[in-house]
Design a protein around this ligand. Structure first.
Ligand code: HEM
Length: 509
């Protein structure tokens, strides 16, 4: 009796972990030959490799990049346990994929399902469409430019103090977070503190801590890969439990503010005193009130909380990290620093930087482009799951395959960029910076319907932050620290004091 049971278990094991993933992989290899890189991973070998790359090279994609350099391919097919994973590197293929986002759902292997799942980044189908429609107006170029005086004021106030602070990155986060809060949530959320930290700092640290925990514990990495957002509730380790407590505290605090505002809006709607407001929180809550409050109140409030956290995180962290990465490259290239500063001083002598001046800052724009080419905080798109079997040109992607669209290889390829590993911002001042352009090689904010809704806001803000810093300070590398490129939720240079700022007047003295 024992022998047949044992034999059946072995057969089942072989089927699930060997035959099931290998058959479609071999089929693809036979169809595409050299264009398809095939890698079979026995029982999660890829996971150890990624964690090792992260530990040794601080770059989770290190092996992938080396492999691609040796033998470029259109896509790589591999497996994690029984799941097939396809990594697409050819722009002609991912162009088509980005234009058909309905075939994919973003896999949330970072956050707990009560934190971001209902926000614009992870939401799917009709719910995503409805949210994007409501939010899109607020990101229109004209709406953004109307906020320029407020953005300038916040940045100028923050920059004046920045040189005397130890943690430059945290100061940048305070500025970008304040801009997001003021732009979209008005005074109601301004100045909130949690665990002795400003709200925006706690939100970004919390989400990044969740992202980073994957790389600190193999157990957490595998659990999240296999179970997604459910992983948090299954045999949590102590760090996961601590994070859950922080989430609870954060959400409780935001909920109080939202409920208070809902009562105010309800009162003004019954008294027919409803003023049109372009603050997100009001738009989202008015939408709920107007739609006959079809949803349960708790559910509606939870969705607003998750949207708030999504926008606060997306808007604060990415722009602060981009500005920080730019400051780093300015610090290690003093000659470029002076060229960009000269441009800013000649075009923007006034205190505030207004729209038409922003457009004239061609060297600064080129500099940011080059930083986004080499160290984009959004280094890869989020991993997706294919929701149905579909065709991408001659490639058939089966339902439930994991899909990764990888922009990085094109950005570091000699086919597309001259001396691709050199930091040379001037390439973006030439008429054709990309050698072999099909418009899908350089996509720092992605493309198609699910592109970055905040891209104009991010660039506008980063340009003002950098201009104001360059007008007031010299930037030098901090020789006392060892800079590291870490993948947390996004790619980020650490620690937060890799550069030092010196007031220009003090330095001249
Ligand atoms: C340097 C700054 C930024 C970069 C590099 C960046 C990059 C990206 C990328 C590549 C995506 C696509 C992700 C994917 O499909 O997997 C994305 C989506 C998104 N970004 Fe940004 N982003 C930046 C700033 C911002 C800002 C300032 C906001 C909001 C205030 C924002 C909000 C969002 C949202 C809500 C999405 C999801 C859009 C959707 O799926 O409809 N981002 N971003």
């Amino acid at each position: 009796m024992i022998i047949p049971i044992f034999a059946s278990l072995i057969l089942l094991f072989l089927y699930v972990f060997v035959i099931k993933p290998l058959c479609p992989m071999i089929k693809l290899k036979m169809q595409f030959g050299q264009d398809c890189n095939m890698q079979y991973n026995f029982f999660g070998r890829d996971i150890w490799k990624r964690l090792r790359d992260m530990k040794i090279f601080n770059d989770i994609f290190w092996s992938d990049k080396e492999e691609y350099k040796k033998q470029p391919y259109k896509f790589k097919v591999s497996n994690s346990f029984w799941k097939i994973q396809i990594q697409v590197a050819d722009p002609e293929y991912y162009k088509q994929m980005l234009h058909n986002p309905h075939y994919y759902e973003k896999a949330n292997n970072i956050a707990d399902k009560h934190l971001l799942q209902k926000g614009l980044i992870f939401e799917t189908r009709d719910q995503w469409k409805a949210q994007r429609r409501i939010l899109a107006d607020q990101f229109q170029y004209q709406q953004l430019t109307s906020r320029l005086p407020m953005i300038n004021k916040i940045i100028l106030d923050g920059i004046t103090k920045i040189g005397s602070q130890n943690n430059l990155f945290e100061q940048l986060e305070l500025i970008t977070g304040k801009v997001v809060i003021q732009s979209f949530f008005g005074d109601s959320m301004d100045g909130l503190k949690i665990n002795n930290k400003d709200l925006q700092v706690e939100v970004t640290e919390l989400i990044n801590d969740m992202g980073e925990l994957r790389f600190k514990s193999k157990y957490v990495f595998i659990k999240r890969l296999l179970l997604g957002t459910w992983a948090w509730n299954i045999f949590p380790i102590q760090e996961e439990m601590k994070i859950e407590q922080r989430i609870f505290k954060l959400k409780t605090m935001i909920e109080k503010v939202i409920r208070k505002r809902l009562i105010e809006l309800r009162q003004s709607s019954t008294q027919n005193d409803q003023k049109s407001s372009n603050i997100f929180l009001d738009i989202l809550l008015n939408d709920y009130i107007k739609n006959d409050q079809k949803k349960q109140e708790n559910q509606a409030i939870d969705e607003v909380i998750q949207q708030f956290i999504t926008l606060l995180f997306a808007g604060t962290d990415s722009t602060a990290v981009l500005s920080y990465h730019c400051l780093y490259y300015l610090s290690i290239h003093p000659e470029f620093q002076q060229e960009v500063r000269d441009e800013i001083l000649s075009i923007c002598p006034e205190e505030y930087i207004v729209e038409d001046k922003l457009k004239q800052l061609s060297k600064l724009s080129a500099f940011i482009n080059e930083v986004l080419r080499l160290k984009n905080p959004a280094v890869n798109l989020l991993m997706r799951n294919s929701t149905q079997t579909h065709q991408v040109k001659d490639l058939t992607i089966q339902k439930n395959w994991r899909v990764i669209i990888n922009f990085q290889f094109q950005l570091l390829s000699e086919k597309n960029f001259k001396n691709p590993n050199d930091f040379d911002y001037k390439r973006w001042l030439s008429p054709s910076p990309i050698l072999c352009n099909n418009d899908f090689v350089y996509l720092p904010f992605s493309s198609g319907q699910r592109n970055c809704i905040g891209q104009h806001m991010a660039l506008m803000e980063a340009k003002i932050i950098l201009s104001q810093i360059l007008k007031q300070y010299y930037i030098e590398p901090n020789k006392e620290v060892n800079p590291n490129w870490n993948l947390r939720f996004i790619l980020q240079l650490q620690p937060g004091n890799c550069m030092k700022l010196f007031k220009m007047i003090e330095k001249q003295d």
